[in-house]
Design a binder for this molecule. Structure first.
Ligand SMILES: Cc1cc2nc3c(=O)[nH]c(=O)nc-3n(C[C@H](O)[C@H](O)[C@H](O)COP(=O)(O)OP(=O)(O)OC[C@H]3O[C@@H](n4cnc5c(N)ncnc54)[C@H](O)[C@@H]3O)c2cc1C
Length: 445
């Protein structure tokens, strides 16, 4: 069957972390072998997404961003480039008693591979990534909502909401948890499901507060959910606060802002969301946390969805990356799985550039699937512990937490030292060099 032409025209659906990282990584890995490589990213929004508050980046996520050339870009953004996080301290909300910490440095306070943790606004990180991609000649097309697609002969055809279509040699579905590339094309059976938990997020100007956070980054545990508080800029002028709370599907229906609602309905929903948060965390013993909870901030609701493991990640000319393939409830740095996907996929694509795409997809799946399934299982275990509970259950949970944190540290050290840019990739048969010779020979004869 070998050799085949490498894909020259690549279409990526979605300009989130997975899509932009894939665009940069493919231009780095495949670009040197395909001089006329064309990469287009189709995004349904009119501009890069500003939603989602601040993301926490682990040392590993930053190593990947550095590999893509994004850390330098982020550092050039000054104070907005994010706040370094040595550790996330864990407290009991009602007693302010310290329980332990998620450390991003080793026992001798050294970073991992040159990086600790970092908290950065999502839009800032995405902007830095897009700047790097644009320099690599990636084309971004905004306001193009993909509705499905088909494969005809050697091409994949993408359909857009406005009735237009475009063709490509390879399509990457990086369109998030509710991915139409998955549900309308690659694996219609696999639907996202609500996890039963939601985030309520806000950003507070520190000038509005009379007290300071005792730690740069902390999570406060309570019976009725957890609250993360963290600085998200280098000058510590902004605090990002995110509550993780249990909400039923009915709660979601009640609290969700919907198109067409008038101003007063929306105002009532915002007020009741704030009251719900204040009821949950009113017993906070930490003055700054109490002030944030009782401030007049608007809290934005983000329901957390997941996709059960298993299912297809590809068809003949389409592959799914990031949340489109495997959404798990977020734990410390879920975004780094999207970056891992992009880097590993691009390396396999370059290595298997003369092999059929289906062979390349299979190799990627074999290298990636177990890691992602393990992460899903772990994230579900952690999220089950966040559900509402009685006072005694909460007491036991806090008591067990310190031993869990020690276990977490040793597991993370191992994970942070692994690197998608270095995972050995099996040799295709025949070797690309042999294929090139064979190909030339075939052409000249
Ligand atoms: C509330 C919340 C908090 C989180 N916090 C963290 C955190 O602190 N740290 C962390 O590492 N991870 C966090 N995560 C997880 C992280 O956000 C995701 O893992 C990551 O965003 C996945 O990236 P992605 O590119 O695969 O998907 P997305 O970021 O969802 O990007 C998908 C893109 O596709 C576009 N798109 C969708 N449909 C279409 C269509 N039909 N046509 C064209 N474009 C389309 C979307 O507009 C979007 O731009 C959090 C997740 C949630 C929900």
């Amino acid at each position: 069957m070998y050799p085949v032409q490498p894909p020259r025209d690549i279409a990526i659906v979605g300009a989130g972390f997975a899509g932009v990282a894939a665009a940069v990584a493919i231009s780095q890995e495949l670009g040197p072998f395909v001089p006329d490589l064309k990469i287009r990213v189709f995004e349904r929004a009119e501009y890069p997404s500003t939603s989602g508050g601040a993301v926490n980046l682990t040392p590993k996520a930053q190593q990947h961003l550095a590999h893509l050339g994004v850390m330098d870009e982020l550092d050039r953004m000054g104070t907005y480039g994010g706040a370094d996080v040595d550790a996330i301290q864990v407290f009991s909300m009602t007693s302010a008693h310290p329980i332990g910490s998620f450390d991003f440095t080793d026992r001798t306070s050294n970073s991992y591979g040159g990086y600790k943790g970092r908290r950065v606004m999502r839009v800032v990180l995405l902007t830095a990534m897009i700047s790097v991609a644009e320099r690599a000649k990636v084309e971004f097309v905004y306001g193009r909502k993909v509705t499905g697609g088909k494969e005809i002969d050697e091409k994949a055809i993408i359909n857009f909401e406005d009735g237009s279509e475009c063709s490509a040699d390879l399509v990457l579905g990086c369109d998030g948890v509710h991915s139409p590339t998955r549900t309308k094309w690659v694996d219609p059976e696999r639907r996202s499901e609500y996890s039963g938990m939601s985030f309520l997020q806000t950003t507070v100007d520190t000038k509005k507060l009379s007290s300071r956070l005792p730690f740069d980054s902390a999570v406060h545990l309570s019976r009725h959910g957890s609250l993360i508080t963290t600085y998200c800029d280098r000058d510590r002028e902004q605090i990002f606060a995110a509550a993780i709370v249990q909400f039923t599907e009915e709660d979601l229906d009640y609290y969700r802002l919907k198109p067409g609602q008038d101003w007063s309905t929306r105002h009532c929903i915002r007020m009741s969301l704030r009251r719900s948060l204040q009821r949950r965390f009113r017993k906070s013993a930490e003055p700054c946390v109490k002030e944030i909870v009782h401030s007049d901030q608007e809290w934005i609701l983000y329901p957390v969805y997941q996709i059960r493991p298993g299912g297809r990640w590809c068809s003949n000319r389409v592959a799914l990356l990031g949340d489109a393939a495997h959404t798990m409830p977020p734990i410390y740095s879920t975004a780094s799985y999207a970056l891992d996907d992009a880097i590993l996929f691009s390396r396999v694509l370059a290595r298997y550039r003369s092999a059929p795409l289906t062979t390349m997809f299979k190799t990627y799946d074999q290298l990636r699937r177990n890691t992602v399934d393990r992460a899903f299982a772990e994230s579900n275990t952690i999220w089950k512990r966040m559900k509402d509970r009685g006072p005694m259950e909460e007491f036991v949970k806090e008591w067990k937490m310190s031993s869990y944190l020690r276990h977490w540290q040793s597991k993370r050290e191992e994970e942070w030292m692994s690197d998608a840019a270095k995972i050995p990739i099996p040799t295709p048969t025949p070797e690309p060099s042999e294929i090139a010779v064979t190909s030339e020979t075939l052409v000249s004869t």
